[in-house]
Ligand binder design. Structure first.
Ligand code: NDP
Length: 490
């Protein structure tokens, strides 16, 4: 038996063991493979205090924005250089396939580059004030200590969209990795250290939601919580942050519609649908998990999809040939099976998949549920797995109504060759992202986020960096005359 790998937390510039330890399971075998440091309230408190000190004292607040940007460029280069190692760790610890983690983590470096470049472009403004003898301007100052909380899927990516803009703005952070698959973020902390960020600027801990996550979100020194996860946890986060009125940005789940009109290029749309629901084994917040297809092409489109779903290579996540690997946890696989069963009980027809396979590992096959005529719970609730629910429509108005018939509002896809129809759909769909004739494209330059139960706030783009700043307004009187009547507001 090979020895268990041991990981450490990163607090105040030092690598430390947590108050306790827990085992991380390999999703492809269900066996423990590494020991993780478990942070509880005392570790979290040390990390937040370190971040608070680093914000106010020492080297970090003395750096100018260009110098902060240079540190971020260094971090980006280190992430790029270590991308393959980080990808293997993420694959090992979360089961996300190596084909995806290798490409995604190489791209994570570009997120740090983007925010490195933005650091010295965050500007205040001189205001054309409506009073005589006054100069008035705004400064953009760091919002304070940021708690960044991420779920298991794409931890390095989801952390980068928080760490990059927060550091560009001059904030300090405590990052909480998920208890499921924290290895890549704990390894990333070593690159932060190597890049030369002063102690306490970035702290990385992991631990369980109630003890670690909630002591972080309710900590009085935390000014902003940047959270990615499910809506139920988000409610806990908002309640905890109400203690000291910290601001929040919430990137939550989705039940995103994928709308295929009869005039679409069906082969291309089917490939995009495969990417939308089976890539990352469906563990993607933007998963296009509700296929809305025009009735006249439904049978043809479902036949193409079924054929593609059944040809997907299911296998070991570290194998480059694998297209669908195991789910991150057995808990997640069991949740998916229960929701498939409830949907089938409600009348959904299983087109393909739908059964947990025998054998080790958290595998679940690509699954398609035809929900026409069924009030299937899978049409409303997030599977967070490789399960597609299908409904047909006959008119554009019904397609819009179905697309918006969800408590979520993160992403959506529209497939049509009719330009006017595409524009009408873009306007009508209530979601933070609309992809037209494509799906699952992301970039550091493009804002990302949702509405309704998918949360609020945007990650990516210039505005995300501004969200980590507070505006300070400065009034400077330019007159040498004594201040007149003090009882009149001027
Ligand atoms: P959870 O909401 O369960 O967990 C997210 C993070 O919150 C984890 O680090 C978790 O820790 C932590 N946490 C748990 N309880 C608390 C608490 N009381 N206070 C503070 N933090 C806590 O999400 P899942 O792990 O289930 O992740 C899947 C969800 O994330 C899906 O809904 C998915 O759609 C969404 N998501 C959204 C994205 C977006 O950008 N919009 C992107 C990716 C995923 P622990 O793991 O230790 O429990």
């Amino acid at each position: 038996m090979t020895a268990m790998r041991r990981f450490q937390a990163y607090i105040d510039g030092a690598f430390v063991d947590g108050e306790a330890r827990f085992a991380s399971l390999d999703p492809s075998t269900g066996e423990p493979w590494a020991e993780m440091p478990e942070a509880r309230e005392a570790d979290v408190d040390r990390a937040v205090r370190a971040a608070d000190r680093a914000l106010r004292e020492g080297e970090w607040p003395k750096l100018n924005a260009t110098q902060r940007g240079k540190l971020l460029y260094r971090l980006a280069d280190l992430v790029a250089a270590k991308a393959q190692d980080l990808a293997e760790l993420e694959t090992r610890d979360t089961g996300k396939i190596i084909r995806e983690t290798s490409a995604q983590i190489a791209y994570v470096a570009d997120y740090y580059r983007y925010y490195a470049g933005l650091a010295d472009k965050i500007e205040g403004a001189v205001l054309p004030i409506d009073k005589p003898d006054m100069e008035v301007w705004t400064r953009r100052e760091p919002i304070g200590v940021v708690a960044a909380i991420v779920p298991w899927n794409s931890q390095l990516f989801l952390a980068a969209v928080k760490i990059g803009p927060a550091l560009a703005a001059g904030c300090t952070l405590v990052v909480k990795a998920s208890e499921d698959g924290p290895a890549p973020l704990l390894a990333f902390a070593r690159l932060v250290h190597e890049a030369g960020f002063p102690a306490g600027v970035v702290n990385v801990v992991t631990g369980f939601g109630p003890a670690c996550g909630s002591s972080l979100t309710r900590h009085p020194l935390v000014a902003h919580v940047a959270f990615t996860g499910g809506p139920e946890t988000a409610r806990h986060v908002v309640r905890a942050s109400a203690e000291n009125l910290a601001s929040t940005s919430l990137e939550l789940g989705g039940k995103s519609p994928f709308v295929v009109f009869a005039d679409a290029d069906l082969e291309s749309a089917a490939n995009a649908q495969v990417a939308a629901i089976f890539a990352a084994t469906g563990q993607s917040c933007v998963a296009g998990s509700r296929l809305l297809v025009e009735q006249s092409v439904k049978d043809r489109f479902l036949a193409i999809l079924k054929e593609k779903a059944e040809r997907v290579a299911i296998g070991a996540p570290l194998d480059m040939a694998t297209e669908v690997g195991p789910l991150c946890t057995a808990r997640q696989r069991d949740h998916i099976q229960r929701l498939v069963d409830r949907s089938a009980d409600a009348g959904a027809r299983i087109v393909t998949g739908g059964r947990t396979p025998e054998g080790p590992g958290n595998y679940y096959p690509p699954t398609i549920l035809d929900c026409d005529g069924a009030d299937a719970p899978g049409l409303k609730e997030e599977f967070f797995g490789p399960v597609l629910s299908v409904v047909s429509f006959e008119t554009e108005a019904v397609a819009v109504a179905l697309a918006n018939d969800t408590a979520f509002g993160l992403a959506s896809g529209v497939f049509t060759t009719n330009l006017a129809k595409a524009h009408r759909m873009v306007r009508a769909i209530r979601a933070g992202i609309v992809w037209v004739n494509t799906y699952r494209a992301v970039s550091p330059i493009a804002p990302f986020g949702g509405t309704k139960l998918s949360g609020h706030g945007r990650e990516g783009g210039l505005a995300a960096a501004l969200d980590y700043t507070r505006t300070k307004t400065v009034w400077l009187r330019t007159s040498d005359d004594p201040i007149p009547d003090p009882f009149v507001m001027r």
